[in-house]
Design a protein around this ligand. Sequence first.
Ligand code: AYL
Length: 565
Amino acid sequence: PAPHLPRMSVFHYLFPFKKYKSKHRTRFYYYPEPNLEKPSFVDGLTGRFLTRKEVEEKAKSLATGLKAKGIGREEIGCIFGMNSVEWVVACFGVQALGAIVSPANYAYQPAELLHQLKDSTASFAFVQPSLLPVFMKALEADPAVNLSDNKIFLLCDKAEKDTLKAKGGVEAEWMDRFLCLEELYEKPGTPKRFQDGMEERTAYLCYSSGTTGKGKGVETSHHNITSQVQALNCSYEPIKYKDVILAMLPFSHIYGLTVTIHHPLTVNGTVVILPRFEEIAFLEAVQKFKVTWALVVPPMLIALLHSPNVAKYDISSIRGFMSGAAPLSADLVQAFEAKFPHIKVTQGYGLTETSPVAHVMNIEESRGKGRSGKIGRLMPTYQARLVDQTAGKDVEPLDRGELWLRGPSVMKGYWRNPSATAEVFAPGGWYKTGDVATIDKEGYFSIVDRVKELIKYKGFQVPPAELEALLLTHPEVTDVGVIGVYSKEQATELPRAYVVPKGGLASLPTPESKQAFSAKIQEWAASKVSNQKRLRGGVILIDVIPKSPSGKILRKDLRAMSVKA
Ligand code: AYL
Protein backbone atom coordinates (compact mmCIF):
# COMPACT_ATOMS: atom_id res chain seq x y z
CA PRO A 1 0.00 0.00 0.00
CA ALA A 2 1.17 3.53 -0.81
CA PRO A 3 2.10 5.21 2.49
CA HIS A 4 0.98 8.71 1.47
CA LEU A 5 -2.60 7.64 0.86
CA PRO A 6 -5.12 7.85 3.69
CA ARG A 7 -6.08 4.53 5.18
CA MET A 8 -9.28 5.16 7.06
CA SER A 9 -13.02 5.09 6.66
CA VAL A 10 -14.72 7.52 4.27
CA PHE A 11 -16.43 9.10 7.25
CA HIS A 12 -13.29 9.75 9.27
CA TYR A 13 -11.47 10.98 6.22
CA LEU A 14 -14.17 13.51 5.37
CA PHE A 15 -15.05 14.62 8.89
CA PRO A 16 -11.71 14.72 10.73
CA PHE A 17 -12.68 16.78 13.72
CA LYS A 18 -10.08 15.28 15.95
CA LYS A 19 -6.51 15.46 14.86
CA TYR A 20 -5.27 12.05 13.88
CA LYS A 21 -2.20 10.48 15.38
CA SER A 22 -0.09 8.43 13.05
CA LYS A 23 2.08 5.55 14.18
CA HIS A 24 4.98 7.99 14.38
CA ARG A 25 3.14 10.25 16.80
CA THR A 26 3.02 13.17 14.42
CA ARG A 27 -0.30 14.96 14.20
CA PHE A 28 -1.73 15.78 10.84
CA TYR A 29 -4.83 16.54 8.88
CA TYR A 30 -5.31 15.18 5.42
CA TYR A 31 -6.54 18.55 4.26
CA PRO A 32 -6.87 22.00 5.85
CA GLU A 33 -8.96 22.32 8.96
CA PRO A 34 -12.51 22.88 7.68
CA ASN A 35 -14.74 25.88 8.27
CA LEU A 36 -17.60 24.18 10.08
CA GLU A 37 -20.10 26.97 9.58
CA LYS A 38 -19.81 27.15 5.80
CA PRO A 39 -22.81 25.87 3.83
CA SER A 40 -21.77 22.46 2.49
CA PHE A 41 -24.90 21.24 0.73
CA VAL A 42 -27.55 23.61 -0.60
CA ASP A 43 -30.92 22.66 -2.05
CA GLY A 44 -30.77 24.40 -5.43
CA LEU A 45 -34.53 24.79 -5.69
CA THR A 46 -35.34 26.15 -2.23
CA GLY A 47 -32.02 27.52 -0.98
CA ARG A 48 -32.27 25.47 2.23
CA PHE A 49 -28.79 24.35 3.26
CA LEU A 50 -26.77 22.34 5.76
CA THR A 51 -23.44 23.55 7.08
CA ARG A 52 -20.57 21.16 7.30
CA LYS A 53 -21.14 20.83 11.04
CA GLU A 54 -24.82 20.04 10.50
CA VAL A 55 -24.05 17.34 7.95
CA GLU A 56 -21.73 15.68 10.43
CA GLU A 57 -24.09 15.98 13.36
CA LYS A 58 -27.10 14.74 11.45
CA ALA A 59 -25.12 11.82 10.06
CA LYS A 60 -23.97 10.86 13.55
CA SER A 61 -27.51 11.21 14.95
CA LEU A 62 -28.83 9.07 12.15
CA ALA A 63 -26.18 6.43 12.80
CA THR A 64 -27.27 6.19 16.44
CA GLY A 65 -30.90 5.99 15.36
CA LEU A 66 -30.22 3.22 12.87
CA LYS A 67 -28.31 1.29 15.49
CA ALA A 68 -31.29 1.60 17.85
CA LYS A 69 -33.41 0.00 15.14
CA GLY A 70 -31.13 -3.02 15.26
CA ILE A 71 -29.11 -2.19 12.16
CA GLY A 72 -25.48 -3.17 12.45
CA ARG A 73 -22.14 -2.54 10.77
CA GLU A 74 -21.66 -4.02 7.32
CA GLU A 75 -25.38 -4.32 6.68
CA ILE A 76 -26.50 -3.00 3.31
CA GLY A 77 -28.75 0.03 3.04
CA CYS A 78 -30.37 0.99 -0.26
CA ILE A 79 -30.92 4.70 -0.99
CA PHE A 80 -33.65 5.22 -3.57
CA GLY A 81 -34.20 8.89 -4.32
CA MET A 82 -33.34 11.85 -6.47
CA ASN A 83 -30.46 14.10 -5.46
CA SER A 84 -31.32 15.99 -2.28
CA VAL A 85 -29.77 17.23 0.94
CA GLU A 86 -31.47 14.30 2.70
CA TRP A 87 -29.75 11.89 0.33
CA VAL A 88 -26.37 13.17 1.53
CA VAL A 89 -27.37 12.88 5.20
CA ALA A 90 -28.64 9.32 4.72
CA CYS A 91 -25.44 8.39 2.91
CA PHE A 92 -23.13 9.70 5.64
CA GLY A 93 -25.41 8.34 8.36
CA VAL A 94 -24.89 4.86 6.97
CA GLN A 95 -21.14 5.51 6.66
CA ALA A 96 -20.93 6.78 10.26
CA LEU A 97 -22.53 3.50 11.33
CA GLY A 98 -19.97 1.50 9.36
CA ALA A 99 -22.63 -0.02 7.12
CA ILE A 100 -22.68 -0.15 3.32
CA VAL A 101 -24.62 2.14 0.94
CA SER A 102 -26.16 0.65 -2.17
CA PRO A 103 -27.57 3.61 -4.12
CA ALA A 104 -30.33 2.92 -6.64
CA ASN A 105 -31.15 4.95 -9.73
CA TYR A 106 -34.32 6.97 -9.18
CA ALA A 107 -35.50 6.19 -12.72
CA TYR A 108 -35.69 2.46 -11.96
CA GLN A 109 -38.86 0.54 -12.70
CA PRO A 110 -39.92 -2.06 -10.08
CA ALA A 111 -38.17 -5.02 -11.75
CA GLU A 112 -34.87 -3.15 -12.01
CA LEU A 113 -35.03 -2.03 -8.39
CA LEU A 114 -35.95 -5.52 -7.26
CA HIS A 115 -32.86 -6.92 -8.97
CA GLN A 116 -30.62 -4.54 -7.04
CA LEU A 117 -32.40 -5.05 -3.70
CA LYS A 118 -32.11 -8.82 -4.01
CA ASP A 119 -28.64 -8.99 -5.47
CA SER A 120 -27.18 -6.59 -2.91
CA THR A 121 -29.05 -8.31 -0.03
CA ALA A 122 -30.20 -4.91 1.25
CA SER A 123 -31.58 -5.12 4.78
CA PHE A 124 -32.72 -1.51 5.17
CA ALA A 125 -33.68 1.29 2.81
CA PHE A 126 -34.27 5.02 2.47
CA VAL A 127 -36.98 5.92 -0.03
CA GLN A 128 -38.07 9.29 -1.38
CA PRO A 129 -41.85 9.48 -0.74
CA SER A 130 -42.72 10.11 -4.41
CA LEU A 131 -40.89 6.91 -5.36
CA LEU A 132 -42.80 4.73 -2.85
CA PRO A 133 -45.19 3.38 -5.51
CA VAL A 134 -42.25 1.88 -7.45
CA PHE A 135 -40.54 0.72 -4.28
CA MET A 136 -43.64 -0.97 -2.86
CA LYS A 137 -44.34 -2.68 -6.19
CA ALA A 138 -40.81 -4.09 -6.17
CA LEU A 139 -41.31 -5.42 -2.64
CA GLU A 140 -44.67 -6.97 -3.44
CA ALA A 141 -43.22 -8.74 -6.46
CA ASP A 142 -40.95 -10.85 -4.30
CA PRO A 143 -41.63 -11.67 -0.66
CA ALA A 144 -38.06 -12.95 -0.35
CA VAL A 145 -36.70 -9.40 -0.06
CA ASN A 146 -35.53 -8.97 3.47
CA LEU A 147 -37.11 -5.57 4.29
CA SER A 148 -39.63 -5.15 7.06
CA ASP A 149 -41.58 -1.92 7.69
CA ASN A 150 -39.32 -0.90 10.56
CA LYS A 151 -36.27 -1.03 8.27
CA ILE A 152 -37.77 1.25 5.59
CA PHE A 153 -37.29 4.98 6.09
CA LEU A 154 -38.59 8.03 4.29
CA LEU A 155 -36.01 10.22 2.61
CA CYS A 156 -37.62 13.49 3.68
CA ASP A 157 -38.08 15.75 6.68
CA LYS A 158 -41.00 15.83 9.10
CA ALA A 159 -42.70 18.79 7.40
CA GLU A 160 -42.87 16.98 4.06
CA LYS A 161 -44.12 13.85 5.76
CA ASP A 162 -46.92 15.76 7.50
CA THR A 163 -47.99 17.45 4.27
CA LEU A 164 -48.23 14.10 2.51
CA LYS A 165 -50.10 12.61 5.44
CA ALA A 166 -52.69 15.38 5.31
CA LYS A 167 -53.38 14.55 1.67
CA GLY A 168 -54.86 11.18 2.59
CA GLY A 169 -55.06 8.07 0.39
CA VAL A 170 -52.49 5.36 0.13
CA GLU A 171 -49.67 7.89 0.64
CA ALA A 172 -51.03 8.78 4.07
CA GLU A 173 -51.08 5.10 4.93
CA TRP A 174 -47.42 4.80 4.00
CA MET A 175 -46.59 7.89 6.06
CA ASP A 176 -48.03 6.09 9.08
CA ARG A 177 -46.06 2.96 8.37
CA PHE A 178 -42.59 4.43 7.93
CA LEU A 179 -40.38 6.82 9.88
CA CYS A 180 -38.67 9.77 8.26
CA LEU A 181 -35.07 10.84 8.84
CA GLU A 182 -35.94 13.35 11.54
CA GLU A 183 -37.84 10.74 13.53
CA LEU A 184 -34.80 8.49 13.46
CA TYR A 185 -32.29 10.94 14.89
CA GLU A 186 -30.92 10.16 18.33
CA LYS A 187 -28.05 11.54 20.38
CA PRO A 188 -25.01 11.70 18.07
CA GLY A 189 -22.40 9.13 18.93
CA THR A 190 -18.72 8.81 18.07
CA PRO A 191 -18.29 6.66 14.98
CA LYS A 192 -15.88 3.80 15.58
CA ARG A 193 -12.42 4.49 14.21
CA PHE A 194 -11.09 1.83 11.85
CA GLN A 195 -8.17 -0.32 12.85
CA ASP A 196 -5.38 -0.78 10.30
CA GLY A 197 -6.63 -2.80 7.37
CA MET A 198 -10.30 -2.03 7.92
CA GLU A 199 -10.20 0.62 5.17
CA GLU A 200 -10.37 -2.28 2.72
CA ARG A 201 -13.95 -2.89 3.85
CA THR A 202 -16.71 -2.15 1.41
CA ALA A 203 -18.26 1.32 1.58
CA TYR A 204 -20.48 1.39 -1.53
CA LEU A 205 -22.24 -0.98 -3.88
CA CYS A 206 -23.05 0.95 -7.05
CA TYR A 207 -24.53 -1.11 -9.85
CA SER A 208 -22.75 -1.57 -13.16
CA SER A 209 -23.13 -4.12 -15.91
CA GLY A 210 -19.36 -4.22 -16.41
CA THR A 211 -18.41 -5.92 -19.66
CA THR A 212 -21.52 -8.04 -20.07
CA GLY A 213 -24.84 -9.12 -18.61
CA LYS A 214 -27.04 -7.67 -15.90
CA GLY A 215 -26.15 -5.09 -13.26
CA LYS A 216 -23.57 -6.26 -10.72
CA GLY A 217 -22.70 -4.65 -7.40
CA VAL A 218 -19.34 -2.92 -7.66
CA GLU A 219 -17.59 -3.30 -4.32
CA THR A 220 -15.99 0.06 -3.68
CA SER A 221 -13.91 0.14 -0.52
CA HIS A 222 -13.28 3.07 1.80
CA HIS A 223 -9.71 3.18 0.54
CA ASN A 224 -10.91 3.22 -3.09
CA ILE A 225 -12.84 6.43 -2.38
CA THR A 226 -10.32 8.20 -0.15
CA SER A 227 -7.46 7.55 -2.58
CA GLN A 228 -9.64 8.74 -5.46
CA VAL A 229 -10.49 12.09 -3.83
CA GLN A 230 -6.84 12.51 -2.85
CA ALA A 231 -5.89 11.92 -6.49
CA LEU A 232 -8.57 14.36 -7.70
CA ASN A 233 -7.07 16.97 -5.41
CA CYS A 234 -3.66 16.51 -7.03
CA SER A 235 -4.94 16.50 -10.58
CA TYR A 236 -5.52 19.02 -13.39
CA GLU A 237 -7.53 21.96 -11.94
CA PRO A 238 -8.87 20.78 -8.66
CA ILE A 239 -11.86 22.53 -7.19
CA LYS A 240 -11.06 24.86 -4.30
CA TYR A 241 -12.53 26.28 -1.09
CA LYS A 242 -14.20 29.17 -2.88
CA ASP A 243 -15.86 27.01 -5.51
CA VAL A 244 -19.61 26.58 -5.74
CA ILE A 245 -20.18 23.22 -7.36
CA LEU A 246 -23.36 22.21 -9.12
CA ALA A 247 -24.44 18.62 -8.46
CA MET A 248 -27.16 17.46 -10.84
CA LEU A 249 -25.78 14.11 -11.97
CA PRO A 250 -27.47 11.31 -10.02
CA PHE A 251 -25.83 10.55 -6.67
CA SER A 252 -26.67 6.90 -7.32
CA HIS A 253 -23.99 6.83 -10.02
CA ILE A 254 -20.36 6.80 -8.96
CA TYR A 255 -19.75 10.09 -10.87
CA GLY A 256 -22.27 12.00 -8.76
CA LEU A 257 -21.31 10.11 -5.62
CA THR A 258 -17.54 10.64 -5.64
CA VAL A 259 -17.05 13.79 -7.66
CA THR A 260 -19.99 15.84 -6.40
CA ILE A 261 -20.42 14.65 -2.79
CA HIS A 262 -17.09 13.35 -1.50
CA HIS A 263 -14.56 15.44 -3.35
CA PRO A 264 -16.05 18.89 -2.55
CA LEU A 265 -16.02 18.06 1.17
CA THR A 266 -12.24 17.70 1.13
CA VAL A 267 -11.82 21.29 -0.04
CA ASN A 268 -14.76 22.55 2.02
CA GLY A 269 -16.49 23.82 -1.11
CA THR A 270 -20.22 24.49 -1.39
CA VAL A 271 -22.36 22.04 -3.34
CA VAL A 272 -25.63 23.19 -4.89
CA ILE A 273 -27.91 20.20 -5.43
CA LEU A 274 -30.49 19.85 -8.19
CA PRO A 275 -32.71 16.76 -8.39
CA ARG A 276 -31.82 16.40 -12.08
CA PHE A 277 -30.65 18.41 -15.09
CA GLU A 278 -33.35 20.71 -16.36
CA GLU A 279 -32.34 23.75 -18.38
CA ILE A 280 -34.21 26.52 -16.58
CA ALA A 281 -33.59 25.14 -13.09
CA PHE A 282 -29.91 24.87 -14.03
CA LEU A 283 -29.68 28.47 -15.26
CA GLU A 284 -31.57 29.81 -12.26
CA ALA A 285 -29.36 27.95 -9.83
CA VAL A 286 -26.19 29.16 -11.57
CA GLN A 287 -27.35 32.78 -11.38
CA LYS A 288 -28.72 32.60 -7.84
CA PHE A 289 -25.82 30.76 -6.21
CA LYS A 290 -23.02 32.06 -8.46
CA VAL A 291 -22.00 28.56 -9.41
CA THR A 292 -18.35 28.31 -10.50
CA TRP A 293 -17.94 24.66 -11.49
CA ALA A 294 -20.38 22.07 -12.79
CA LEU A 295 -20.11 18.37 -13.49
CA VAL A 296 -21.83 17.45 -16.73
CA VAL A 297 -22.27 14.80 -19.41
CA PRO A 298 -21.94 15.73 -23.13
CA PRO A 299 -25.70 16.01 -23.91
CA MET A 300 -26.00 18.77 -21.29
CA LEU A 301 -23.43 20.81 -23.22
CA ILE A 302 -25.49 20.35 -26.38
CA ALA A 303 -28.62 21.50 -24.55
CA LEU A 304 -26.88 24.66 -23.31
CA LEU A 305 -25.24 25.32 -26.66
CA HIS A 306 -28.59 25.44 -28.44
CA SER A 307 -30.65 26.91 -25.63
CA PRO A 308 -32.32 30.26 -26.36
CA ASN A 309 -32.65 30.81 -22.61
CA VAL A 310 -28.98 31.08 -21.70
CA ALA A 311 -28.79 34.75 -22.73
CA LYS A 312 -31.52 35.63 -20.22
CA TYR A 313 -29.41 34.60 -17.24
CA ASP A 314 -26.14 35.74 -15.74
CA ILE A 315 -23.87 32.73 -15.94
CA SER A 316 -20.60 34.68 -15.81
CA SER A 317 -19.64 33.04 -12.49
CA ILE A 318 -18.96 29.68 -14.17
CA ARG A 319 -15.28 29.04 -14.74
CA GLY A 320 -15.49 25.51 -15.99
CA PHE A 321 -17.31 22.29 -16.70
CA MET A 322 -15.97 18.82 -16.27
CA SER A 323 -17.58 16.31 -18.59
CA GLY A 324 -17.32 12.59 -18.09
CA ALA A 325 -18.99 9.20 -18.42
CA ALA A 326 -19.29 9.32 -22.23
CA PRO A 327 -17.23 10.49 -25.22
CA LEU A 328 -16.91 14.26 -25.62
CA SER A 329 -16.08 15.18 -29.20
CA ALA A 330 -13.55 17.84 -30.19
CA ASP A 331 -16.23 19.57 -32.32
CA LEU A 332 -18.52 19.97 -29.36
CA VAL A 333 -15.78 21.36 -27.11
CA GLN A 334 -14.79 23.87 -29.78
CA ALA A 335 -18.36 24.97 -30.52
CA PHE A 336 -19.06 25.34 -26.82
CA GLU A 337 -15.93 27.30 -26.01
CA ALA A 338 -16.50 29.59 -29.00
CA LYS A 339 -19.95 30.48 -27.70
CA PHE A 340 -18.96 30.69 -24.02
CA PRO A 341 -15.33 31.86 -23.97
CA HIS A 342 -15.23 32.22 -20.17
CA ILE A 343 -16.13 28.56 -19.61
CA LYS A 344 -13.42 25.93 -19.85
CA VAL A 345 -14.58 22.48 -20.75
CA THR A 346 -12.50 19.60 -19.58
CA GLN A 347 -13.07 15.89 -19.82
CA GLY A 348 -12.49 12.94 -17.58
CA TYR A 349 -12.63 9.23 -18.25
CA GLY A 350 -13.34 6.42 -15.88
CA LEU A 351 -15.64 3.66 -14.79
CA THR A 352 -17.75 2.68 -11.83
CA GLU A 353 -15.10 0.00 -11.28
CA THR A 354 -12.36 2.65 -10.91
CA SER A 355 -14.24 4.86 -8.41
CA PRO A 356 -14.40 6.54 -11.13
CA VAL A 357 -11.86 9.02 -12.59
CA ALA A 358 -8.78 7.37 -14.13
CA HIS A 359 -7.89 10.00 -16.74
CA VAL A 360 -8.38 13.70 -16.89
CA MET A 361 -7.50 16.42 -19.39
CA ASN A 362 -5.77 19.49 -18.05
CA ILE A 363 -7.56 22.31 -19.78
CA GLU A 364 -4.54 24.56 -20.21
CA GLU A 365 -2.74 21.74 -21.95
CA SER A 366 -5.62 21.06 -24.27
CA ARG A 367 -6.60 24.51 -25.53
CA GLY A 368 -5.40 25.30 -29.03
CA LYS A 369 -3.11 22.30 -29.03
CA GLY A 370 -5.32 19.94 -30.99
CA ARG A 371 -5.97 17.80 -27.96
CA SER A 372 -9.72 18.41 -27.61
CA GLY A 373 -11.59 15.17 -27.53
CA LYS A 374 -8.75 13.28 -25.84
CA ILE A 375 -9.33 12.04 -22.31
CA GLY A 376 -6.04 13.41 -21.01
CA ARG A 377 -3.27 11.89 -18.97
CA LEU A 378 -3.49 9.24 -16.31
CA MET A 379 -4.57 10.48 -12.89
CA PRO A 380 -2.16 10.22 -9.97
CA THR A 381 -2.19 6.78 -8.27
CA TYR A 382 -3.12 4.90 -11.49
CA GLN A 383 -1.03 2.72 -13.77
CA ALA A 384 -2.14 1.79 -17.28
CA ARG A 385 -1.34 -0.70 -20.02
CA LEU A 386 -2.65 -1.02 -23.56
CA VAL A 387 -3.00 -4.69 -24.42
CA ASP A 388 -3.61 -6.60 -27.62
CA GLN A 389 -6.14 -9.16 -26.45
CA THR A 390 -5.57 -11.76 -29.13
CA ALA A 391 -1.79 -11.68 -28.93
CA GLY A 392 -1.98 -11.40 -25.14
CA LYS A 393 0.75 -8.74 -24.90
CA ASP A 394 1.19 -4.99 -24.72
CA VAL A 395 0.82 -3.14 -28.02
CA GLU A 396 3.62 -1.22 -29.72
CA PRO A 397 3.84 2.47 -28.82
CA LEU A 398 1.11 4.56 -30.52
CA ASP A 399 -0.93 1.44 -31.43
CA ARG A 400 -4.41 0.86 -30.13
CA GLY A 401 -5.09 -1.67 -27.42
CA GLU A 402 -7.48 -2.56 -24.62
CA LEU A 403 -6.96 -0.24 -21.67
CA TRP A 404 -5.98 -2.04 -18.46
CA LEU A 405 -5.82 -0.13 -15.18
CA ARG A 406 -4.30 -0.73 -11.79
CA GLY A 407 -4.28 1.38 -8.65
CA PRO A 408 -5.73 1.93 -5.17
CA SER A 409 -9.07 3.13 -6.53
CA VAL A 410 -9.79 0.03 -8.59
CA MET A 411 -12.74 -1.86 -7.05
CA LYS A 412 -12.36 -4.92 -4.84
CA GLY A 413 -14.55 -6.93 -7.19
CA TYR A 414 -18.17 -7.64 -8.02
CA TRP A 415 -20.35 -8.29 -4.98
CA ARG A 416 -20.69 -12.01 -4.33
CA ASN A 417 -19.80 -12.77 -7.92
CA PRO A 418 -16.33 -14.35 -8.09
CA SER A 419 -16.72 -15.56 -11.67
CA ALA A 420 -17.57 -12.09 -13.01
CA THR A 421 -14.71 -10.67 -10.94
CA ALA A 422 -12.24 -13.21 -12.28
CA GLU A 423 -13.27 -12.32 -15.83
CA VAL A 424 -12.30 -8.66 -15.53
CA PHE A 425 -9.04 -9.00 -13.62
CA ALA A 426 -5.81 -10.14 -15.25
CA PRO A 427 -2.86 -11.50 -13.25
CA GLY A 428 -1.08 -8.75 -11.33
CA GLY A 429 -4.36 -7.05 -10.36
CA TRP A 430 -4.92 -5.36 -13.73
CA TYR A 431 -8.51 -4.39 -14.36
CA LYS A 432 -9.60 -4.84 -17.97
CA THR A 433 -11.79 -1.85 -18.87
CA GLY A 434 -13.28 -3.17 -22.12
CA ASP A 435 -12.43 0.17 -23.74
CA VAL A 436 -9.91 0.48 -26.56
CA ALA A 437 -7.49 3.38 -26.30
CA THR A 438 -4.40 4.93 -27.83
CA ILE A 439 -1.71 7.04 -26.22
CA ASP A 440 0.22 9.78 -28.01
CA LYS A 441 3.88 10.70 -27.60
CA GLU A 442 3.11 13.16 -24.81
CA GLY A 443 1.08 10.74 -22.74
CA TYR A 444 -2.44 11.83 -23.71
CA PHE A 445 -4.94 9.01 -24.09
CA SER A 446 -7.89 8.77 -26.49
CA ILE A 447 -10.74 6.27 -26.31
CA VAL A 448 -11.22 4.91 -29.82
CA ASP A 449 -13.54 1.91 -29.42
CA ARG A 450 -15.28 -0.35 -26.96
CA VAL A 451 -14.89 -4.13 -26.91
CA LYS A 452 -17.49 -4.73 -24.21
CA GLU A 453 -21.22 -4.84 -24.77
CA LEU A 454 -22.17 -1.65 -22.97
CA ILE A 455 -24.34 1.12 -24.48
CA LYS A 456 -24.19 4.62 -22.97
CA TYR A 457 -27.27 6.82 -23.15
CA LYS A 458 -26.41 10.30 -21.85
CA GLY A 459 -23.78 8.81 -19.56
CA PHE A 460 -26.16 6.17 -18.18
CA GLN A 461 -25.37 2.52 -18.62
CA VAL A 462 -27.71 0.52 -20.82
CA PRO A 463 -26.74 -3.15 -20.77
CA PRO A 464 -27.80 -4.67 -24.14
CA ALA A 465 -28.13 -8.14 -22.59
CA GLU A 466 -30.77 -6.83 -20.21
CA LEU A 467 -32.88 -5.38 -23.06
CA GLU A 468 -32.40 -8.55 -25.10
CA ALA A 469 -33.58 -10.74 -22.23
CA LEU A 470 -36.62 -8.50 -21.79
CA LEU A 471 -37.54 -8.41 -25.50
CA LEU A 472 -37.31 -12.20 -25.71
CA THR A 473 -40.15 -12.43 -23.21
CA HIS A 474 -42.47 -10.68 -25.70
CA PRO A 475 -44.72 -13.35 -27.30
CA GLU A 476 -44.25 -11.97 -30.82
CA VAL A 477 -40.45 -11.82 -30.74
CA THR A 478 -38.36 -14.80 -31.86
CA ASP A 479 -34.88 -13.36 -31.59
CA VAL A 480 -33.22 -10.05 -30.86
CA GLY A 481 -29.89 -8.20 -30.76
CA VAL A 482 -29.39 -4.77 -29.19
CA ILE A 483 -26.66 -2.24 -30.00
CA GLY A 484 -26.04 1.49 -29.55
CA VAL A 485 -26.16 3.91 -32.48
CA TYR A 486 -24.45 7.28 -32.10
CA SER A 487 -26.49 10.46 -32.57
CA LYS A 488 -24.31 13.48 -33.22
CA GLU A 489 -27.15 15.95 -32.65
CA GLN A 490 -27.79 14.60 -29.17
CA ALA A 491 -24.13 13.75 -28.43
CA THR A 492 -25.08 10.31 -27.17
CA GLU A 493 -25.62 6.72 -28.17
CA LEU A 494 -29.21 5.53 -28.54
CA PRO A 495 -30.22 1.91 -27.82
CA ARG A 496 -31.50 0.15 -30.95
CA ALA A 497 -33.02 -3.34 -31.18
CA TYR A 498 -32.81 -5.64 -34.19
CA VAL A 499 -35.81 -7.94 -33.89
CA VAL A 500 -36.89 -11.12 -35.66
CA PRO A 501 -40.70 -11.18 -35.51
CA LYS A 502 -42.52 -14.43 -34.86
CA GLY A 503 -43.38 -15.88 -38.27
CA GLY A 504 -40.47 -14.02 -39.87
CA LEU A 505 -40.39 -10.82 -41.87
CA ALA A 506 -42.80 -12.34 -44.40
CA SER A 507 -45.60 -12.24 -41.83
CA LEU A 508 -45.47 -8.45 -42.01
CA PRO A 509 -45.71 -7.82 -45.74
CA THR A 510 -46.41 -4.08 -45.91
CA PRO A 511 -44.22 -1.20 -44.70
CA GLU A 512 -47.17 -0.06 -42.56
CA SER A 513 -47.48 -3.40 -40.79
CA LYS A 514 -43.72 -3.42 -40.15
CA GLN A 515 -43.83 0.09 -38.78
CA ALA A 516 -46.78 -0.70 -36.52
CA PHE A 517 -45.01 -3.78 -35.19
CA SER A 518 -41.81 -1.82 -34.46
CA ALA A 519 -43.76 0.89 -32.70
CA LYS A 520 -45.61 -1.70 -30.64
CA ILE A 521 -42.37 -3.31 -29.47
CA GLN A 522 -40.82 0.09 -28.72
CA GLU A 523 -43.78 1.13 -26.56
CA TRP A 524 -44.00 -2.20 -24.82
CA ALA A 525 -40.31 -2.03 -23.87
CA ALA A 526 -40.70 1.57 -22.69
CA SER A 527 -43.34 0.45 -20.20
CA LYS A 528 -40.95 -2.08 -18.66
CA VAL A 529 -37.63 -0.25 -18.27
CA SER A 530 -36.28 3.00 -16.86
CA ASN A 531 -36.29 6.05 -19.09
CA GLN A 532 -32.65 5.84 -20.18
CA LYS A 533 -33.08 2.28 -21.49
CA ARG A 534 -35.87 3.09 -23.97
CA LEU A 535 -35.24 2.01 -27.55
CA ARG A 536 -34.73 5.55 -28.82
CA GLY A 537 -32.55 4.26 -31.66
CA GLY A 538 -35.55 2.38 -33.05
CA VAL A 539 -36.67 -1.20 -33.57
CA ILE A 540 -35.44 -2.65 -36.88
CA LEU A 541 -36.99 -5.87 -38.17
CA ILE A 542 -34.74 -8.49 -39.75
CA ASP A 543 -34.84 -12.17 -40.69
CA VAL A 544 -31.94 -13.50 -38.63
CA ILE A 545 -29.68 -12.10 -35.94
CA PRO A 546 -26.04 -12.62 -37.01
CA LYS A 547 -24.38 -15.02 -34.56
CA SER A 548 -21.07 -16.79 -34.12
CA PRO A 549 -20.96 -20.61 -34.28
CA SER A 550 -21.11 -20.67 -30.48
CA GLY A 551 -24.33 -18.63 -30.55
CA LYS A 552 -22.91 -15.24 -29.50
CA ILE A 553 -24.58 -12.24 -31.08
CA LEU A 554 -22.21 -10.63 -33.58
CA ARG A 555 -22.74 -7.05 -32.54
CA LYS A 556 -20.07 -5.92 -34.97
CA ASP A 557 -22.26 -7.12 -37.85
CA LEU A 558 -25.29 -5.37 -36.40
CA ARG A 559 -23.20 -2.22 -36.06
CA ALA A 560 -22.10 -2.53 -39.69
CA MET A 561 -25.77 -2.82 -40.69
CA SER A 562 -26.63 0.33 -38.75
CA VAL A 563 -23.87 2.27 -40.52
CA LYS A 564 -25.15 1.14 -43.93
CA ALA A 565 -28.69 2.10 -42.99
P1 AYL B 1 -19.63 3.90 -15.96
N1 AYL B 1 -14.92 9.06 -23.11
C1 AYL B 1 -15.38 7.92 -23.66
N2 AYL B 1 -16.01 6.97 -22.97
C2 AYL B 1 -16.16 7.16 -21.65
C3 AYL B 1 -15.69 8.32 -21.00
C4 AYL B 1 -15.04 9.31 -21.80
N3 AYL B 1 -14.60 10.44 -21.29
N4 AYL B 1 -15.97 8.21 -19.70
C5 AYL B 1 -16.60 7.04 -19.53
N5 AYL B 1 -16.75 6.40 -20.70
C6 AYL B 1 -17.41 5.12 -20.97
O1 AYL B 1 -19.26 2.71 -15.18
C7 AYL B 1 -16.42 4.00 -21.15
O2 AYL B 1 -16.89 3.10 -22.11
O3 AYL B 1 -18.75 5.04 -15.38
C8 AYL B 1 -16.37 3.35 -19.79
O4 AYL B 1 -15.97 2.02 -19.82
O5 AYL B 1 -21.07 4.29 -15.98
C9 AYL B 1 -17.79 3.50 -19.33
O6 AYL B 1 -18.20 4.78 -19.84
C10 AYL B 1 -17.92 3.44 -17.84
O7 AYL B 1 -19.22 3.73 -17.47
C11 AYL B 1 -15.15 11.54 -14.91
C12 AYL B 1 -14.83 10.38 -15.59
C13 AYL B 1 -17.12 10.49 -14.17
C14 AYL B 1 -15.67 9.30 -15.55
C15 AYL B 1 -16.84 9.34 -14.82
C16 AYL B 1 -17.81 8.28 -14.70
C17 AYL B 1 -17.55 7.04 -15.45
C18 AYL B 1 -18.84 6.31 -15.79
C19 AYL B 1 -16.30 11.57 -14.19
O8 AYL B 1 -14.33 12.61 -14.93
